[in-house]
Design a protein around this ligand. Structure first.
Ligand code: PLP
Length: 366
């Protein structure tokens, strides 16, 4: 069996380093808001090139807190519209709803699957006060065009960078530093994954940073003094210390993912399989390697028969989910087509060359 993603093997590489971090934390028994979190926040801000990083409980909270933070600073008001990509994981949309804002769904660019600037222009109105871009599957969105648009209309540009840790553009600017604020998820399967839930926000905005420190911790910056209505969403010491260990290896791991992707792109030759867009640069970190096929059920049966792990990111787009009934009537044809045809193939920093070769052989024989 070639696993879709061998999380045990990914983390086993760091067993000894994790063990010594665990021992230190168990000895000090400081589990929440201690030095390990501060160290990771400093490390991750430095890595992304931003002034600030704030750890949160997960990626959904990171997104929601950014929006709530901008409401607290007066940059957003409840009821404002926020442009969101319709091809994304549901968390992007849920954050807008949790913050009391109104999502405006934008169809995807059929090449990159990311939000399309042409569609943004078509659906823009004076009620839109922010755009959330998602770097889907690890591919940076068209941030130059989107930032120019946001600056022209004086609206916020927020990155959902949950799938793009370490992706870097042609000017050497990393995901997390390509808008006003960015949200990351450290869900275990992510390129930088914790051993449980975790998330973070990066930003250069000092006012937002100061609000977020309170928002994630019951609205408090001094124990039992609560200045605003806050939440409980903190990245704990254990996860922060494990993430600091893994951060050192992130660039090398992303490079390994790109090498596997390059092999798939070069060696898979089958008219029934549509390969993903990739420009060959470091602006893609291949959180997922996603192909498209017309006969998905048959194709997945074939992969399963040949013991090749696979997954669908994602089978149903957010606007067609039962939970989002209000948006079920929207027509987003490119997004709907993408969700009907995508299949994610095995890719990870611990995948061995022989397994890549086997996958390619099986795909070419389909
Ligand atoms: C694009 C995107 N946004 C947000 C999230 C939410 O992150 P989390 O699961 O850590 O809440 C995820 C991952 O699950 C994601 O893939």
């Amino acid at each position: 069996m070639i696993p879709f993603l061998d999380i045990h093997k990914i983390n086993a590489r760091f067993h000894d380093e994790f063990q010594s971090e665990f021992d230190v934390i168990l000895n000090t028994s400081r589990f929440i808001l201690g030095n390990k979190l501060k160290q990771f926040e400093d490390d991750y801000a430095k890595y992304c090139g931003t002034k600030y990083c704030i750890g949160t409980g997960n990626g959904l909270d990171a997104l929601t807190l950014i929006l709530k933070g901008y409401i607290a600073t007066g940059r957003l008001q409840e009821g404002d519209k926020v442009i969101v990509p319709s091809t994304t994981f549901i968390a992007t949309i849920l954050s807008v709803i949790y913050a009391g804002l109104e999502p405006v769904f934008i169809d995807a660019n059929s090449n990159t699957f990311n939000i399309s600037i042409e569609e943004i222009k078509t659906h823009f109105s004076k009620d839109v006060k922010a755009i959330i871009t998602v770097h889907l599957y690890g591919q940076l969105a068209d941030m130059n065009a989107i930032n120019t648009f946001c600056k022209t209309y004086n609206i916020l540009c927020i990155e959902d960078a949950a799938q793009a840790h370490g992706a870097i553009n042609e000017s050497n600017v990393k995901a997390g530093n390509l808008g006003d604020a960015a949200a990351f998820s450290f869900y275990p399967s992510k390129n930088l994954g914790a051993l449980g839930d975790g998330g973070a926000i990066t930003t250069n905005d000092e006012e937002l940073y100061n609000i977020l420190l309170k928002l994630r911790n019951y609205g408090s910056d001094k124990k039992y003094h609560h200045k605003i209505i806050g939440y409980n969403s903190r990245l704990d010491e254990m996860q922060a210390s494990f993430l600091s260990v893994k951060l050192k290896y992130l660039d090398a791991d992303n490079e390994k993912r790109r090498l596997i992707a390059k092999r798939y792109l070069l060696e898979v030759e089958n008219a029934k399989i549509k390969l993903p867009y990739y420009n060959g640069s470091k602006d893609h970190v291949f959180y997922a390697f996603v192909i498209q096929v017309d006969d998905r059920e048959m194709f997945i049966e074939y992969l399963n028969k040949h013991n090749i792990g696979n997954l669908i990111h994602y089978p149903i787009p957010p606007h067609q989910q039962e939970a989002l009934k209000k948006y079920n009537g929207l027509s987003l044809p490119i997004t709907e087509q993408i969700h009907k045809t995508v299949v994610s193939l095995p890719i990870s920093p611990v995948m061995i060359d022989d397994d890549v070769t086997k996958v390619i052989k099986i795909l070419n024989a389909y």
